[in-house]
Write a protein that binds this ligand. Structure first.
Ligand SMILES: Nc1ncnc2c1ncn2[C@@H]1O[C@H](COP(=O)(O)OP(=O)(O)OP(=O)(O)O)[C@@H](O)[C@H]1O
Length: 484
């Protein structure tokens, strides 16, 4: 998994950073291109004065006008085969100076032997080696990731162009870098070329044998995730498919948010996602709001507390969905969870989206806990995190077999994104309306039905702890909480 962490690419040319096109002028005579003899305050090609600074070794790239001209001149030398995609790539190259040299390109299909490293609901993900390029760019590793798009529809090219555009525009270090696009000549399939993120997705990271997720680390990761979500919401975006498979952990153990622009692959009003992370109102055809991402985050919080994916011991079918939407079933809270974490999580998974906190409110709490933890300020909350850490140690000191059993999921628990259209139509055919649903309902048989479908091998018995009393004001029916 941590293939070549820390091993930087050996193949970088010894020139300045940024967008660098291997133009003929450079290839034929690098000395001429990088001459020290030229004037340092104006462009040696067009004689325009540089805005404020003088440069040490003047190149054609120091002048905005000539920079654009060189890039434009090169447009005739490449194409993806589709004008729509070419336009997005061209724009990213023209903007690259302003966007911290984030640019897209069309790669020849030359990535060495590809190795499958993951798959999502709509894609297979491969690892390949850094390809040859017309440009120079700084890579973190010798590898890049190629993502093939499995779902084909009539708009595949438009959608691919949209995905590239959204991701190149975000241009922040909390998303994995998109490098461009390539096409496999054997089957004509298009693949997105992107940054290789060393530790893979958060779900995998949480369960890796070498990982120890202390509460402090859980708070740190949650805080970074919410910081990124804040930036996404602040720009008016909604992620819409926020789950631990879409959060990648880089070599510094910092989370990156992937899957943005993902919904562009979907027919406009189709709901796509992983059932336990989708806010219940979405199944009632309410519009996506930022509060839906907050609900998904509650599930991620639960995953940090239990070290299991939500509803992992359940089949992800319409029985579970009815329990979630109509009976407000939520994952069982483990007894090794600090009170403040439970409170925040419960606020985030409120059935009524208007009662959920905003991303900023969540972020403020996480920041406060992180700072207190880091500075050893022993508030009541922090003491609880310390106590719960002791339970963590006990969990991690169990035999690996038991730990694996804890992680195991029901064979019909599906953590890859898929269309929810079928389930939505079932929910819609149900007579219970959204407003009735918000009334506090007694536990009903349908909940028992999904309980019966728990994965038989992993149904916990001996270590059940009933802490229903601890859940203040909960409208949830009696829940059994399992120690980890
Ligand atoms: N840039 C990357 N670097 C390393 N691993 C990656 C990268 N992108 C994806 N992966 C791995 O491949 C898996 C599948 O990724 P993909 O984006 O196709 O699906 P996903 O994120 O699980 O989303 P979904 O199922 O919602 O489509 C991820 O969960 C992760 O383990």
């Amino acid at each position: 998994m941590s293939r070549d962490i820390g091993k930087l690419s050996q193949s970088m040319p010894p020139v300045k950073s940024g967008f660098w096109l291997w133009t003929d002028i450079y290839k034929q005579n690098p000395n001429d291109f990088l001459s020290k003899e030229r004037p340092r305050d104006k462009c040696f090609i067009c004689s325009n004065k540089y805005p404020e600074h003088s440069v040490t070794i003047p190149t054609a790239y120091d002048c905005e006008k000539c920079y654009q001209a060189i890039i434009e001149e090169d447009f005739k030398n490449w194409t993806s085969g589709y004008q729509e995609i070419d336009m997005v790539i061209r724009q990213s190259q023209l903007n690259s100076r302003k966007s911290n040299y984030m640019f897209l390109e069309v790669f020849p299909f030359n990535f060495g032997q590809l190795e499958v490293i993951g798959s999502g609901g709509f894609s297979t993900v491969y690892l390949g080696i850094i390809p040859e390029s017309r440009y120079w760019r700084q890579y973190q590793y010798n590898h890049v990731v190629l993502k093939s798009i499995l779902k084909s529809n009539s708009n595949i090219i438009t959608n691919l162009a949209k995905e590239l555009e959204v991701n190149s525009k975000i241009n922040e270090d909390f998303v994995p870098r998109y490098y461009g696009i390539t096409q496999n000549p054997d089957n004509g399939q298009y693949m997105i070329v992107m940054q290789y993120v060393a530790y893979g997705d958060l779900r995998r990271y949480l369960q890796a044998p070498e990982t120890f997720i202390s509460w402090k680390h859980a708070i740190y990761l949650s805080r970074c995730i919410m910081e990124s979500l804040y930036k996404i919401h602040d720009r008016g975006f909604i992620h819409k498919n926020f789950h631990t498979g879409n959060i990648l952990i880089d070599h510094t153990k910092r989370p990156l948010i992937s899957g943005l622009g993902f919904t562009s692959f979907i027919e406009s009003d189709e709901v796509i996602g992983v059932m336990p992370y989708i806010a219940p109102e979405i199944f009632d055809l309410k519009p996506y709001t930022q509060a839906a991402d907050i609900y998904s985050f509650a599930m991620i919080m639960w995953e940090f507390s239990s070290l299991q994916p939500p509803f992992g011991k359940f089949a992800h079918d319409h029985y579970l969905l009815i329990d979630i939407c109509r009976n407000h079933l939520r994952p069982t809270i483990t007894n090794a969870t600090p009170r403040c974490w439970i409170d925040l999580m419960q606020q985030c998974w409120e059935p009524d989206p208007t009662k959920r906190p905003t991303v900023l409110q969540v972020l403020e709490k996480l920041e406060l806990w992180y700072q207190s933890y880091d500075n050893n300020i022993l508030t009541e909350n922090i003491k609880q995190f310390f106590i719960c850490d002791e339970e963590r140690y006990k969990f991690y000191s169990m035999e690996r077999e038991k730990i694996e059993e804890h992680y195991s999921t029901h064979p019909q628990a599906i953590y890859k994104s898929r269309s929810m259209s079928y389930y939505i139509s079932l929910i819609q055919s149900n007579q219970i309306g959204w407003n009735d649903e918000l009334e506090r309902k007694p536990f009903d048989n349908s909940l028992n039905s999904s309980k019966k479908r728990l994965y038989p091998n992993v149904e916990p018995e001996s270590n059940e702890i009933d802490i229903t009393q601890q859940i203040d004001g909960s409208h949830l029916s009696k829940r059994r909480l399992y120690s980890i």
